[in-house]
Design a protein around this ligand. Structure first.
Ligand code: SAM
Length: 272
């Protein structure tokens, strides 16, 4: 795919198509093609996969993904201003990249391509967590999800029990997937630079996920426990059985939600 290498630099694309960043759509662009190549590499084995890229923007990461072993790349962009610029990438990719103009929150990825599938995205900051929580419902449908977001959000996804960062997003992510922070990216790497640094996390479906714990039930337990995270569990979990439930699970009812491991949340969920 020689012609991908002949595309103009991304800064030229931004100025040629007058693509200024819209804050409301969480737009911060990566113009360094070495960095986008690195992110595509960090996604690991994409061979044979249909890769979904959410929010391709000017197409820096899209170019890198088109040059991986993936079978195809489906890029979903909400902002129609980017479509003409992205069309250049589609053409240069000789059919490997296709484009959907629309809101990724409303797109059912599973209906678009059979397995193997993967997601690689520099997430729109404003809806990144919502998108991830949706994909977790079918985590096993994806070989991997490699996601860039604010460093603080990646910290929450990967957090261990005991700290402030550990919460509902940590438990749900780590129940469904093995999670690993694979890259830190300073704010200065983006155009325009956001206020905070970013990071890349890779999530792969857990092979040892217990089959007898339902994600919907775990969602309820974690909503209750972390909804009032400063309270003791005997009080925050009252609607689900409170002290009696915790005793059955062998968990000290005076603990707070942030002290429980993912395995302890699984135990509670089995009993609810
Ligand atoms: N991938 C590009 C890059 O790395 O330079 C742009 C990343 S920028 C952080 C997020 C992108 O997501 C923007 O292009 C924005 O228009 C797009 N976006 C925002 N909300 C979206 C949504 N709900 N569905 C699809 N794309 C969305």
């Amino acid at each position: 795919m020689k012609s991908l290498g002949l595309l103009p630099p991304l800064r030229d694309i931004l100025s040629r198509y007058d693509l200024w960043a819209r804050k409301a759509l969480g737009q911060h662009f990566l113009c360094d093609l070495n960095l986008t190549r690195r992110i595509a590499e960090l996604a690991g084995d994409l061979s044979g996969c249909t890769v979904f890229e959410i929010g391709p923007g000017p197409g820096g990461l899209t170019r890198a993904l088109a040059q991986t072993e993936a079978k195809s790349v489906i890029a979903i962009e909400k902002d129609s201003r980017f479509i003409p610029a992205l069309q250049e990438v589609v053409e240069a990719s000789e059919g490997k990249v296709s484009l959907i103009e629309g809101d990724a929150l409303a797109v059912d990825l599973l209906s678009l391509a059979p397995p193997p599938r993967a997601i690689v995205s520099n997430l729109p900051y404003n809806v990144g967590t919502e998108l991830l929580l949706g994909w977790l419902k079918n985590a096993e449908a994806f070989r991997s999800m490699t996601l860039m977001s604010q460093a603080e959000v990646v910290g929450r996804i990967c957090a261990a029990p005991g700290g402030k960062a550990y919460g509902r997003l940590s438990v749900l992510s780590q129940f469904c997937c093995d999670v690993q922070k694979v890259l830190s990216v300073p704010a200065a790497a983006f155009t325009p630079p956001p206020k905070v640094d970013s990071a890349v996390v890779r999530l792969t479906p857990r092979a040892d996920r217990p089959g007898d714990v339902r994600l919907e039930a775990l969602e309820k337990v974690t909503a209750c426990a972390f909804g009032q995270r400063r309270k003791m569990l005997r009080s925050s979990l009252k609607p689900l059985g409170g002290e009696a439930l915790l005793k059955k699970a062998g968990i000290d009812p005076t603990l707070r939600a942030e002290a429980l491991s993912v395995a302890q949340f699984e135990t509670l969920t089995r009993l609810v």
